[in-house]
Structures are given as C-alpha cells and as structure tokens.
Ligand binder design. Structure first.
Ligand code: ATP
Length: 428
C-alpha cells in the first residue's frame, strides 16, 4: 500500500516529514516498509504553503489495509495543527492491486502539482472517479499534495532524485533554540561536498541546514546518495536526536522549471527557464533588491529580480548590461521572475570614448583646443578625433546560482551540474 500525506503543519510547529518518520516506525506493526519514504516538493509559489510545500509518501506491504488507514487517520488527527487556518490535512491510500492502473495518471498529477496550480476540486474529483481511499480534513487541500506524493511513489524511475537525512528533536525541546555545534556542520561539509550541498553557506558564513522555526527538525543534510547524507549527519555534534529518517526526494532537481520560448507564455505562480537579452540595466531598489529587465526575441519584456536575501549573488547581477544574452531560471510572482540561476551565454561588448594614444610614446594625447583635435606635445603627434576602446567586463560567461542561504528546495544546485559545454560557478 502507498500512503500519501500532506498539510499537517503550521508556522507554529509540526512538519509533515516528522509525521512521516513517526509512521515509518509505527506502521511496521502492520507490515513491512518496502522502500525509502519520499519527500516531494510541489509548486514553490503556492500561497497556502507553510514553508517549502512538501508532501510525504510511504510504501508498505501489508495484509491489514484498514488498520493502516485507521492508524494514519488518527495520527494526523493528533499531530496536525488543525487550529491553524492554513492547515488542511489530506491522506491518500493506494492499494497494491491498483498500482498499475493509477501509475501514469498519478505521474501526470505529480507533474502538474510541481509545475501548475491545482484546484482542490480537481484532486477530490480524481479521487472519487478513480475510487481511491482518502481522508481530507477541513477543506481537504492536503489531498492535492498527498495524491501527488503517491504519484511519485508509483513512478520511482520517472523523476530525478536526491536524498535528505532529516534529524528530529526531542519533543520537550520543540520551540526552544537549537543547541548545535556550528563548526561540526562546516566540517561535515568539508568532508562530503560536492556530494552533499546546502549544509553551510561559505560565502555568507552561515549554517543553512538548521531550521530556526518551532518545528521538530534539528537539521537536514542533502546529498546525492543515502550513504553520503548519513556520513555527513554522523559528523554533526548537537543536542540529542529523537529520531531520523532518510527521504528520497525531488529536491535539487529543477523539476519545477517549465522551459519557455517567449515571455508571452509566462504566468504568475509558475517557474520557468527563459532565454533573453538584458534590456534595462540592473537597478538597486530600497531594501537592497536588484531588478533588471530581459527582452525576448519578439520584443516582450519581463522584470527579473535578485532579491535582498540572495546576498552576494546581487553583486554579480549588478554587472549585467543591456545586450547580455542570458538564460534565467526562477519562479514568477507579481509579474517578476525571482532568479534562482543565471546562465550568462554571451556578454555584450561595451565601449567608452577616450583621447587617442600617441603612436610614439603610447600616452594619451591632450586636447589641442575646441574643435582642433588632440596632440602629444612631447612627440609632436596629433589626431583628429576620440577613439572607442572596449571596456573589460569583469564578468565571465557561465552558470551562476544564488547562495545556499537563498536556495529554493527544488532548485538544482550547481554542485550537481554535469554540463561540460559551459563554465560552472557554484556558489558556496
Ligand atoms: P512543510 O514544508 O512544513 O511540510 P508546507 O510548506 O509543505 O509545509 P503545506 O502545509 O503542505 O505547506 O501546504 C501546502 C498546501 O498546498 C497543501 O495543502 C498542498 O496540498 C497544496 N498544494 C501543493 N501543491 C499545490 C498545487 N500545485 N496547486 C494547489 N495546491 C497545492
């Protein structure tokens, strides 16, 4: 049986992955866990999300499906923050006999949940048409994520994946500051990067894998394999870990990006990869956000932003000039593309006018008076007009990304980028 769960948490606490980790242990009473649990990130622009728009799926071989359903329902009832308006849990249960029948349908639903915006009604209609067991609480919005997570579990080979080792706090410590040895995270990073990423942010001297909210997560180590995330986690020195779980996940895969040819195709609350030319130079706004415009081949324009939280990435963006050919990845909200990555494909050549150089001594000539050209007094050479010289751009073509402290869960870090045709500048 596959169990999908979503939307159990609120800003004041809980995390759906914690419930997943708990159920992973508890459900062993009714059968055998068949594979690693899944942590599936969905459309990052959805306003209903608490933090990272995550849903969870588990797979269990069981002869007692009814007992499993009853157990999951009661644990959601106990743990979910039902008092919070934004918390609308959902659980979906898929029986083994239905795996083949539902596989392709729920793969499309997963793709849609990662890239598009889905109405609750669509998930509810699909559930009833397909005869799937489910339980929605309150308005049942969590059924969307729960169904999508089941789609991911049914199609393990159809999407790129990474791993996360999530360590959870003892319950009595929830809501208190986390007691962690920061240096141990830098050490774990040194020993496992680039197979792990986003543990620390070297440029900004930050530990980024430790959450600061009231949820049960102590830290999460992300990486390319189960072995490497466990190796890094074993190097962490911190308060006691109540339990941990390694999730297989679509984090760090760019699964949310929709490639588009033209800006006319772009809609709010979607994420894109778009090529165009810088058409208005970057400006720094109040609050430190850096905004510039990009134009596509048809002449349409869109504002692109490196917001203040992207820190040092903004100094790179400020070096762009009109005419630079770029490919941008990021989410669009309020008509602005929030940059996650930029590939600078070709730099525009820019020039400045300057006094000509003397062909003998090589020094710049001086003006010989209004309308009289330029001359070098010493060598007695002259020239009529100014010359154009190319300005050194102090910027290289290649792919750049926001630093780990500003990374979106779904964004593929450059530590994972295998392209050979372009220079890669991972941000650390
Ligand atoms: P956490 O990261 O702590 O688990 P969260 O950020 O995942 O919290 P949720 O509490 O899961 O946030 O809330 C997101 C809600 O949005 C869920 O109800 C989910 O079903 C719904 N949702 C997810 N993807 C989409 C989508 N593409 N369209 C519409 N609703 C969606």
């Amino acid at each position: 049986m596959i169990i999908g769960i979503d939307d159990t948490d609120s800003n004041e606490g809980m995390c759906t992955t914690y419930l997943g980790a708990l159920l992973l242990e508890e459900l062993q009473e009714y059968g055998n866990i068949e594979t690693l649990p899944l942590l599936v990130r969905l459309n990052p622009t959805i306003p209903y999300k608490t933090r990272g728009n995550a849903a969870v799926a588990l797979k269990l071989k069981t002869d007692f499906p009814e007992k499993v359903i009853a157990h999951v329902r009661s644990r959601i009832g106990e743990f979910a923050r039902m008092d919070c308006e934004k918390t609308n849990p959902g659980a979906v249960f898929i029986q083994e006999k239905d795996y083949e029948r539902l596989q392709a349908l729920l793969m499309s639903f997963l793709e849609e949940a990662v890239k598009e915006v889905i109405e609750i009604k669509k998930a509810k209609d699909l559930i009833s048409e397909l005869g799937i067991a489910s339980k929605g609480f309150k308005n049942g919005r969590g059924l969307i994520g729960a169904l999508a997570a089941c789609g991911a579990m049914l199609n393990p080979g159809k999407w790129d994946f990474t791993f996360e080792h999530l360590a959870y706090r003892e319950k009595e410590r929830w809501g208190t500051p986390r007691d962690v040895d920061k240096e141990s995270f830098f050490e774990a990073d040194r020993k496992t990067y680039p197979e792990t990423w986003d543990t620390v942010d070297l440029a900004n001297r930050l530990v980024v894998c430790v959450s600061h909210s009231a949820d049960p997560v102590l830290f999460g180590i992300r990486g390319e394999s189960q072995e490497i995330v466990n190796k890094a986690a074993a190097l962490i020195r911190a308060e006691p870990v109540e339990r941990f779980a390694v999730y297989r996940t679509n984090q760090g895969t760019d699964m949310h990006l929709i490639p588009v040819q033209s800006i006319a195709e772009i809609r709010d609350m979607h994420s894109y990869r778009l090529e165009g030319k810088v058409s208005a130079a970057p400006k720094t706004l109040e609050g430190g956000h850096v905004i510039f415009a990009v134009r596509d081949r048809k002449g349409a324009e869109i504002d692109c932003a490196a917001f203040e939280p992207t820190k040092n990435f903004r100094s790179l963006i400020r070096k762009l000039v009109p005419g630079d050919l770029v490919s941008l990845s990021g989410s669009v909200t309020s008509g602005t593309l929030n940059i996650e990555k930029i590939e600078i494909k070709a730099l525009a050549q820019i020039y400045r006018e300057e006094n000509p150089k003397c062909p003998r001594c090589g020094k710049h000539m001086k003006s010989a008076g209004k309308g009289q050209g330029f001359r070098c007094k010493k060598c007695e050479t002259s020239s009529l007009s100014k010359v154009r010289s190319e300005i050194n751009r102090d910027l290289e073509a290649g792919i750049y990304e926001v630093p780990p402290c500003a990374r979106r869960h779904l964004a593929k870090p450059l530590a994972r980028e295998k392209r050979q045709d372009v220079r890669i500048f991972p941000s650390r």
